[in-house]
Design a protein around this ligand. Structure first.
Ligand code: ADP
Ligand code: GLC
Length: 501
């Protein structure tokens, strides 16, 4: 049976410009363009959430494919396969349309509470089953299926267990990218049955069991041909320490020879202060005057008084991963310094409450915007003097690279991708590109901010450093080549193989 030969089928539950929660969306929004330039033929699969504008992107149902039915938790669920071309490219993006799972607001969580959807298990099973059945309906025969995080982690399992006799898919390999190991997809043992897998597979220590529960990430790590994560340091951290491995360090060690780190890049067109349509004043290395004007606009937007004190920006999911506990602990001390904060974020309620309280207490020094706004995110990058990322762990992190491009000096905890992209500035600004600290503590964080504030007093050192960092190349090109190499190596390769009896 002849099918449509493809190099890669990429699968993700977020993708810019259609949907976004965090950096995964940026990655899947930018990496395909670079792969296409390198001659890779690929398509992408993603859900059609209610927020995605069908009109704007010209998304329509695939003409020759009738609605497809898959079984989820013993119930038939039907979906329509839709598609459009990724804007500005020849890359086909396939969307899974189903009102029951995607008609609601939110991508993974209930927007009002930040809690995971109660039927998260079903939504995962549905998406993976739907992508598999769509590939078959389209008669695709890819060299590699590239899954991203646990939401698409069942595909390697289904491929190995159920498709080993399928002419079009039996030679297809799998790549699994870990964007964040802390989110694993932990469910009760009945998950297997709901997923249409044999409940007998739930054996202690097997890929299907993790401390008495099912762990989708563990299954994905065991069944995928090759595994990568999004920076070299994070690849080391997660296979070497319990602190970062979140219980999966043993599995990652076991798969060690098949695990590599490839640093994310940034989309240089979307994040360029010289052409950015989302900021009020454009600027470049040759003329930084617009940056100052953006700073004024930022202070106005965040309800802060004008003034020359350095502004520290944050754009982040408000969750423990991002270091908000040590920032909160350091806050009273930081408020004694001559600085201002502009924080844009959304996430855990405890941080919404805490930062609302703090901004009421320090209205002249702390401005907050609780919500998700691309436009405000760009303004924070462009208008701040410093950008803070005190992460507990950070697989890659994109905002520090956006900051470098916007001449906004990053202050980061040296972990994961932050460690691989930011190094301490020398006193005169001749070396390094930011301020860093190692120990995860409020004291170390305040120390780094203190050094940054001292540095800011020397305006010629600041300008020298800014101009140097704005020239750094963080584009996808080099990393996309590494992905191409990995795909080549992954052809025909899966993890463990279990065939149906
Ligand atoms: P993560 O994926 O862990 O959230 P990254 O640094 O890789 O961290 O990527 C986060 C992305 O999400 C960046 O593009 C950042 O600008 C964006 N982002 C995070 N929170 C918000 C928000 N509240 N509004 C707009 N963009 C946001
Ligand atoms: C995750 C990580 C972040 C990374 C992003 C894209 O959400 O938390 O560090 O940059 O994925 O890979």
């Amino acid at each position: 049976m002849a099918g449509k030969k493809l190099d890669v089928v990429m699968v993700s539950t977020e993708m810019v410009p259609f949907s976004k929660v965090g950096g995964l969306a940026d990655v899947v929004g930018a990496l395909p363009d670079e792969l296409e330039k390198l001659g890779c033929s690929l398509v992408v699969f993603t859900p059609l959430y209610s927020e995605v504008s069908r009109e704007k992107f010209g998304i329509s149902a695939e003409k020759d494919i009738k609605p497809i039915r898959v079984m989820v938790a013993g119930k038939p669920r039907e979906f329509t396969l839709c598609s459009c071309l990724k804007p500005g490219t020849g890359i086909k993006v396939y969307f899974i349309e189903n009102d029951y799972y995607y008609g609601r607001k939110g991508i993974y969580t209930v927007p009002e509470t930040g809690e995971a959807f109660k039927d998260e298990d079903e939504r995962i099973i549905f998406f993976n089953r739907a992508v598999m059945e769509s590939m078959k309906a389209l008669k695709l025969s890819p060299g590699v299926i590239h899954c991203n995080d646990f939401h698409s982690g069942l595909l390697p399992v289904y491929l190995s267990i159920e498709e080993s006799d399928n002419e079009l898919l039996k030679n297809t390999g799998t790549v699994f990218s870990v964007h964040n190991l802390a989110y694993q997809g932990l469910f009760e043992p009945d998950f297997l049955e709901k997923a249409g897998l044999d409940p007998q597979l739930f054996q202690p220590m097997s890929p299907f069991e993790f401390w008495g529960r099912v762990n989708v990430m563990k299954m994905a790590l065991m069944f995928s041909g090759l595994i990568n994560t999004v920076s070299r340091s994070y690849a080391e951290e997660i296979s070497e320490s319990e602190e970062y491995g979140y219980g999966l360090e043993g599995v990652l060690k076991y798969r060690g020879k098949d695990l590599i780190g490839i640093l994310n890049g940034i989309d240089p067109a979307a994040w360029d202060p010289a052409t950015d349509e989302l900021i009020p004043h454009r600027y470049s290395i040759n003329d930084l005057s617009g940056k100052k004007l953006n700073r004024d606009a930022l202070l106005r937007e965040f309800g802060l008084p004008s003034g020359d004190e350095p502004v520290i920006g944050i754009v982040s999911r408000l969750v423990d991963q991002k270091g908000f506990d040590i920032l909160s602990e350091a806050f009273e001390d930081l408020m004694k310094m001559n600085l201002k904060f502009a924080i844009l974020g959304t996430g855990q309620k405890k941080y919404h409450d805490l930062y609302t309280e703090l901004s009421a207490k320090y209205p002249e020094k702390l401005g907050i915007r609780l919500g998700f706004s691309d436009k405000t995110a760009h303004l924070v990058e462009a208008g701040s003097d410093f950008f803070l990322m005190p992460s507990l762990y950070e697989p890659c992190g994109l905002n520090q690279m956006y900051s470098l491009r916007y001449g906004t000096i990053p202050i980061v905890r040296s972990t994961g991708g932050l460690k691989d992209t930011v190094s301490e500035l020398s006193a005169r600004g001749n070396r390094g590109n930011g301020f860093t600290f190692e120990e995860y503590s409020s004291k170390a964080l305040a120390g780094a901010i203190g050094r940054a504030m001292d540095f800011f007093a020397d305006s010629s050192a600041v300008e020298k450093a800014i101009k140097r960092m704005m020239k750094e190349d963080h584009s996808w090109e080099a990393s996309a080549r590494e992905y191409m190499k990995m795909y080549e190596n992954a052809r025909g390769r899966t993890g463990i193989r279990l065939t149906r009896q």
